[in-house]
Design a protein around this ligand. Structure first.
Ligand SMILES: [Zn+2]
Length: 180
């Protein structure tokens, strides 16, 4: 089990490394390794991002901040997804940090059940003209959202909001059970 989690996270790190082209290779490796180790330890993405900023030569650089935050968050999501898939858990609950900095389109996603194989387009659902495509919680720049794996249905307040068929629907537990 640990092996395939490592594999999935390694893949994400490979992708990160190609995104982080603008920084020297040794720094890029340091950053990606750091993200992996800290994520596996269960350190929060926002805390990892703070640590990573220290690894950049130009500590106050806004780009360093953007890369650190975004890539840490993406890696964290990749890790959650890999763990979920190992356990046969297909759904997660989109969680925001529930503060004033959460963008409207993500506030709309808060508490919505999402299937890992069917990422939503929050901007589209929110009726915005601009779309960043379909993606999961934590997978877009400056996003601090995360996915909470749906381990059992007892802990969910029914009826619940579910992203299904390209829209957010309110479903009873029975309805959800019929599509899960
Ligand atoms: Zn977000």
């Amino acid at each position: 089990m640990q092996g395939s989690i490592n594999g999935a996270v390694r893949n994400q790190i490979e992708r990160n490394a190609t995104i982080i082209k603008s920084i020297p290779l040794d720094v890029s490796k340091l950053v990606t390794e750091h993200i992996l180790v800290e994520s596996m330890k269960g350190v929060r993405a926002i805390d990892i991002a703070e640590q990573i900023k220290e690894l950049f030569p130009e500590k106050s650089n806004a780009r360093a901040e953007l890369i650190a935050r975004t890539e840490t968050s993406k890696t964290s999501t990749a890790l959650t997804r890999a763990r979920s898939e190992n356990l046969g858990v297909d759904w997660y609950v989109w969680r925001t940090s529930e503060d004033s900095r959460v963008r409207d389109s993500h506030a709309l996603m808060n508490g919505v059940l999402i299937r890992w194989s069917d990422p939503p387009s929050p901007e589209q659902l929110d009726g915005e003209k601009r779309s960043y495509g379909h993606y999961h919680a934590g997978e877009i720049f400056y996003c601090r959202c995360y996915g909470e794996p749906v381990i059992g249905l007892d802990r969910i307040a029914w009826p619940a909001k579910v992203y299904y068929g390209g829209r957010i629907q309110r479903m009873t537990r029975k309805q959800f059970e019929s599509i899960m």
